[in-house]
Design a protein. Structure first.
Lengths: 428, 233
């Protein structure tokens, strides 16, 4: 019963407090503006940074945390292996088949190697050249990149396609949309560099996921590895050059390790092997696990910066609240005296003004949160950036707003509670 | 039966090194159901005595007993508790809260006494009804006349059913006719068994109270029955 009365009285007090604040609505709004803008900016920035973080982590995860990605890189001019013939210049570099055989036979921690070859072909759609590239790869590519088939009617590359060099392809969902628009791509044929490929399936990956951190997985065309070699040969023309051709066995290698605990050692040995077996540096090793650690470290720095900005903006907001509350108390001195004369204890007055400042900042926090979400949505819509409002950011921003009200409201409330009732009653 | 007593009460303020005596050795006893007028010129100590009676201030020396409790030695919370439940104060300038309705104003002391909201509202409406304010429950104080405001202030003072009502110049801001109406309400309260101590400048009220205490320079110079006292006797 006593608890029920306490709750009801608290609700009445809450109502009274809101009435007090509504008497000076404009002033209350101005007082809370600092908190509104502070919380709004923090929530929006957190949403944008979280969206960016998730996107980059998805990108890294798509490369596989227990994977090592090796990319063939064209060596710099002085160290490059270049031969001239009547057909033009030929650049031969990068990871060779013998390297993969060595890796699989001598590195006990390497379980699987998935090769990808860039066929140096850009696709055309509606008579225009697009950014869509063609990659030749093997069936294990689907699982190692955590990709999925986007259409249940279709299929992915199979071992039989490899054996038979089937002229088929699978399109990334974005590539399919660019090439075919609203038409059904399955069963259609695409012609690339003299070869024709029947579309047998669609691939989808998380937004932002990239092949070796370079090409959007959803915006590629995949053909069987053997088909690529059979149709386009060992030497491929270089984009934008009539005379230059490249001879690269594997543009990308996805290497899956068996035990992620030994990943750093395996990476070290791999780098050592590749460095010692070639004269020029024609490879680049990417370790998604290391990238993830780097990303997390960057995120921590960003969080500290964000936290500092949030602290400063809420400090400014809090000072605004304190200022207004002090002015409020000065203006309501007589009311405080009257309340004391009617039987209010010091703690009743303290609680009343603390409640007012806390409600003011909590409302400011709520409005700021809404503003922050709105800004994040606008950024997502107009700047095409990923944003993410997380529950912790919502809870923390509201909790910090309330905390600001308590901290910066305490001194004015304490001052009000300790006014001499007689002096307060005489106040004009 | 004695409701309260002052025993050799002094109130001394300091102005620099000099003590200023607001009240000097005041002694009196007030019984339950008495209507007392405290009179005197400005600076005579009336307000100080009223503040001490209302537990808004403490005597420098001497004792103040209310219902046989020495209230001059209580701590701030205990004084607030007694002020809330045993004393009702009516101010010259009403001191109503402009942002709240008439009913909410009357409810305020009950809120500090932790009265359940439903009972609080019913009691406020009943009190306002008795004072002829039923038609003004949801009005704001600024929408009321002076006399109506003072009636609301009296209802607020009565909300926790205190035995002692302190009125500081309750008719000071009212015209003669409205003032008489307020005095009539206070008289009714006395007739109902409450004790009313009223600070006033108006000599006309000497005739309608039970007792007149006149102060000069912090001392009681006269303590005699008023006109009502004579009639009652």
């Amino acid at each position: 019963m006593a608890e029920e009365v306490g709750v009801l009285n608290f609700l009445r007090m809450l109502q009274m407090t809101l009435m007090n604040l509504s008497c000076h609505a404009f002033r209350s709004l101005l007082a809370a503006l600092g908190v509104v803008l502070g919380v709004g900016a923090v929530v929006a920035m957190m949403a944008i940074s979280e969206g960016g973080r998730r996107e980059s982590i998805a990108r890294i995860r798509a490369m596989g945390i227990d994977n090592i990605v090796i990319r063939s890189v064209k060596p710099t001019q002085e160290g490059q292996s270049e031969t001239s013939s009547s057909q033009g210049n030929v650049n031969i570099y990068g990871i060779k088949a013998k390297d993969t055989i060595h890796m699989l036979t001598t590195f006990e921690n390497i379980g699987k190697i998935v090769p990808v070859r860039d066929m140096q072909q850009r696709l055309f759609a509606n008579g225009r050249r697009t950014g869509i590239r063609m990659m030749a790869t093997v069936p294990e590519f689907l699982s190692i990149t955590f990709s999925q088939q986007a259409d249940s009617r279709g299929r992915w590359l199979t071992d039989l396609d490899e054996v038979r060099c089937n002229p088929i392809c699978v399109l990334g969902v974005d590539a399919a949309r660019t090439i075919f628009g609203i038409r059904d791509p399955l069963g259609q044929t695409i012609s690339v560099g003299g070869g024709s490929f029947k579309v047998v399936g669609l691939l989808r990956n998380q937004r932002g996921a990239k092949l070796a951190g370079q090409y959007d997985l959803n915006n590629l065309v995949y053909i069987p590895f053997a088909t690529g070699n059979a149709v386009f040969g060992d030497l491929l023309p270089v984009e934008g050059s009539m005379r230059e051709r490249v001879g690269v066995d594997y543009d990308f290698l996805y290497i899956k390790v068996d035990d992620v605990n030994y990943l750093p050692d395996t990476v070290k040995r791999l780098r050592n092997y590749l460095d010692t077996t070639r004269d020029t540096r024609d490879f680049e090793v990417q370790v998604p696990y290391e990238l993830l650690l780097q990303e997390e470290a960057t995120q921590r720095v960003f969080s500290i910066v964000m936290g500092s900005i949030a602290a400063i903006s809420l400090l400014v907001g809090g000072i605004g609240i304190m200022n207004i509350m002090l002015a409020n108390i000065f203006e309501r001195t007589r009311e405080i005296g009257t309340r004391r004369a009617l039987g209010a204890r010091k703690r009743d007055i303290l609680f009343q003004f603390l409640l007012e400042s806390t409600i003011l900042t909590a409302l400011g926090g709520g409005v700021g949160l809404t503003l922050g979400i709105l800004i994040a949505r606008l950024v997502e819509h107009f700047a095409h950036m990923n944003t993410a409002i997380t529950m912790p950011s919502v809870v923390v921003s509201l909790a910090v707003s309330i905390f600001t009200g308590v901290i910066f409201g305490t001194y004015p409330a304490w001052k009000a509670a300790n006014l001499d009732p007689i002096e307060a009653l005489r106040h004009e | 039966m004695a409701l309260l007593s002052f025993n050799n009460v002094f109130k001394v303020y300091r102005e620099g090194d000099h003590p200023v005596y607001a009240v000097r050795g005041v002694n009196f006893t007030i019984s339950s159901g008495e209507f007392v007028a405290v009179m005197g010129a400005s600076g005579s100590g009336k307000s100080t005595i009223l503040n001490i009676l209302g537990l808004l201030d403490r005597p420098t020396t001497g004792t103040y007993k209310l219902e046989d409790i020495d209230v001059s030695s209580l701590d701030d919370d205990e004084m607030s508790e007694i002020r809330c439940r045993r004393i009702g104060i009516v101010f010259q300038s009403f001191n109503l809260f402009a942002q709240f309705s008439v009913v909410e104003n009357v409810c305020t002391p009950m809120r500090y006494a932790h009265v359940p909201p439903a009972i609080m509202r019913a009691r406020a409406e009943e009190l306002l009804g008795k004072l002829g304010m039923s038609h003004r429950l949801s009005h704001r104080p600024t929408q009321l006349s002076g006399g109506e405001r003072q009636r609301v202030a009296i209802a607020r003072a009565l909300s926790n059913d205190p035995p002692l009502i302190l009125a500081d110049e309750p008719t000071g801001n009212l015209d003669e006719k409205t003032g008489e109406e307020v005095i009539r309400i206070l008289t009714t309260l006395v007739e109902g068994g409450r004790t009313v101590v009223m600070v006033t400048h108006n000599p006309a009220y000497e005739e309608i109270v039970d007792r007149v205490i006149r102060l000069h320079d912090g001392e009681i110079v006269e303590d005699r029955p008023g006109g009502r006292g004579g009639r009652r006797a």
